[in-house]
Design a protein around this ligand. Structure first.
Ligand SMILES: [Zn+2]
Ligand SMILES: [Zn+2]
Length: 313
């Protein structure tokens, strides 16, 4: 049994490593490219405000919830497209990568929407493999220190193998636990360093839907595929369910400092709305990212914190 599991972990390790390396990064679909007329107009335009105007018009019907920190539409000059949420341009691959996490030199590929699950499994199976190797060598390693091993070159192979396995195990373990934490929070590495800006400002938890839903977003709904390097992530990579937070910063500061009990009561009464509704509200109007309609009245009339949970149906 031990040997079977040992070999199985090696096979899974190689399989997930291969999938991480050879899955090309997912790029935005054509709907995010500017039309020919818009592109020409954009290039002719000198003033950034007018360029933004063109982009706003083009982005009106796109499922975009985040902007740059200065509230501009995120546009990639290099690929000439409007960046979907969580998409970033990778200078190493020279493409815009959907839900880009980071460019990984170890796999010489971008880790993003298309292979994030494979990357996590690769880390997990390499951990398992290192553990097996270390455990197998451990008895000889102990014998080495108690001088029970015969005096041959194999002696040093044992030493070397054990240290390499242990070293890889420790470094991969820290990386793996970090990524487990990221999955739970529904954050990419890039988003940890720079929180995405929603209409209410930067929110590092903007895409978090709760731990279980976050996990399913990466690994899919069917548990039987979770441990296999087969693509089962939910969504298309361009469109992510968001948790849009509307807060009065002043009141929030007061409530979190002085009245923790009250704010937790407020937490329980968040209305839930379908994505389409909030989407329309977000993208309609003059794109000033100002809330209008009954929502605003709620906030003004004393609701301390008001969260719209938008779930993609
Ligand atoms: Zn790009
Ligand atoms: Zn890359």
């Amino acid at each position: 049994v031990y040997l079977v599991v040992f070999h199985l972990s090696f096979v899974m390790f190689v399989w997930s490593y291969g999938k991480t390396i050879f899955t090309s990064p997912a790029t935005p679909s054509n709907e995010f490219c500017l039309s020919k007329a818009d592109k020409e107009q954009y290039e002719k335009e000198e003033r950034p405000e007018s360029q933004q105007e063109i982009l706003r018009r083009a982005a009106k019907d796109l499922p975009i919830y985040t902007t740059t920190a200065s509230r501009a539409i995120r546009y990639c000059d290099r690929c000439q497209l409007i960046k979907p949420d969580r998409c970033h341009h990778c200078s190493a691959c020279d493409v815009c990568v959907l839900k880009m996490d980071h460019h990984c030199p170890w796999v010489n590929n971008c880790v993003g929407f298309s292979n994030y699950k494979f990357f996590l499994l690769f880390l997990m199976y390499s951990l398992l493999y290192c553990l097996f190797v270390a455990a197998t060598v451990l008895q000889y390693f102990i014998k080495f220190w108690t001088n029970e091993l015969p005096d041959t070159h194999a002696k040093f192979h044992v030493l070397f193998l054990f240290f390499v396995a242990a070293m890889f195990f420790i470094s991969i373990l820290s990386l793996f636990s970090y990524h487990c934490w990221l999955v739970g929070k529904n954050r990419s590495t890039i988003e940890t360093f720079r929180a995405p800006t929603f209409r209410n400002g930067p929110d590092k938890n903007g895409f978090s839907l709760g731990c279980s839903k976050n996990l399913r977003e990466v690994f899919g709904d069917e548990k039987k595929y979770w441990l296999l390097p087969i693509f089962t992530s939910l969504g298309d990579g361009c469109n992510f369910p968001t948790r849009l937070v509307i807060m009065d910063p002043e009141q929030l500061a007061v409530s979190s400092q002085n009245e923790p009990a009250k704010s937790s009561v407020a937490n329980q009464s968040f209305p839930t709305r379908p994505l389409s509704e909030s989407q329309n509200r977000l993208l309609s109007g003059d794109c000033q990212w100002v809330e209008t309609g009954p929502e605003e009245e709620n906030v003004k009339s004393g609701a301390k914190k008001h969260i719209i949970v938008s779930l993609e149906s």
